[in-house]
Design a protein around this ligand. Sequence first.
Ligand code: MN
Length: 494
Amino acid sequence: MVKQLTLEDIIGALRNPPSDARKKVITKAYDLAMEAHKGQTRRSGEDYVQHPIAVAKILAEIGMGGKTIAAGLMHDIPEDTAITLEDIEKKFGSEISSLVDGVTKLGKIKLRGSHEEYFLENLRKMLLAMASDIRVIIIKLADRLHNMQTLEFNPPEKQIRIARETMEIFAPIANRLGMGEIKTQLQDLSFKYLDPENFQRIKELEEKDQEERDKHVQRAIKELEDEMKREGIQFIRTDGRAKSIYSLYLKLQKHDMDINRIYDLSAVRIILPEVADCYETLGIVHKKYRPMIGRIKDYISLPKPNGYQSLHTTVFGPDGKILEVQIRTVKMDNEAEFGIAAHWIYSERKKKKNWRDLIFKKKKPEPEKELEWVKQLREWQNEIGRDDEEFIQGLKIDFFKNHIFAFTPRGDIIDLPEDSTPIDFAYAIHSEVGNHVTGAKADGKMVSLDYPIKNGQVLEILTSKDRKTPNHDWLKFVKTSAAKSHIRRELRKE
Ligand code: MN
């Protein structure tokens, strides 16, 4: 039996010394989660609440703040327990409750389907619908990570479906958000279920000379540290890094499965305070070990599309054996591991008075940060959708300004122009639904038929066979041309 997680595990995982306010909100959410999930168990047999606690712990580890962690603790409450979103809002306010709501809604979206376009389409919609608060996506990623870590308790069919979805949708999102650590874990866990034979094979291949490789890396670290000290370079730390199983697999495929051709099987990572130190250290490394031609990559000057920054070089290390060295600042290292989440760390460390202060101090206002990410998500869509005609066309519309996304109770997303009404929504589902509308509910509450739908709402359309035709008055307020033309056509039939 795995160790039971408690509140202390979450608090202990926080990356910054917790303020009283933060401890308080986390404790309050913890208590509510304990109460709400009381008596529920997971397939593994453990208490259900262990899942949200584990999710909250992941969020703490990657440096998220109190509100996000609290929302992580409560993310399954509205869907699976007697306690409602309204209860959460009353107790925690609208910011936290809207995070919980966002995660709940994301959970309802159907991301299934093997069709490539369908996948891209859903991915795009999901991002657009949720980009208003990136924290929702981060909570969802933590949720998915823990579900993957405990996937073994599910029936095989479900394992495959979840693993596939994780590999195709969640790992790329983590990657795009620069959350390398989460991405790697999601990929390796998915790979294990999607291709157990190759997973095992690669794992054995990697483990085969592991001990020897470790020794080699340790020796290189020692030699490089001595060299840096001699040259008066103050480094923050050095460590060895093993390649993830899935990324090794991808690389092996490109190299005829010959592991001797993989140069970054293990790497030395050197973490320094400033950018200038990185370049100076690169010089030191090359003085000590002969570099391999054409293998120096300067991702500091030219960051990867997801923002990744580092200097990479492949050298002939101790005994002339090939070794990759990665050199970067603490800030770059944090961003490489935690991506967008790292931004929360900076904004919360403003007042600290050590070297961290130096590095973490300059990140500033929330609104700007949010815009930055919305921008980046859009850029991503440009990238992934490059070959998809319709996709590109869709991008020309300013989604955030003129579009809203509403959900059917089954989780399908309907995108509509701003101020669309339940009638537009109904016709977007099907003309037959539109023709027989008698009423509508938005987020469970009855609304009028000319009600302007808000982004992210769940719409339920009530229909009746007794309604024979659309109402002429509908034409006065519908927004979509689809609704208009259907209504006119029906009325003409009369
Ligand atoms: Mn969950």
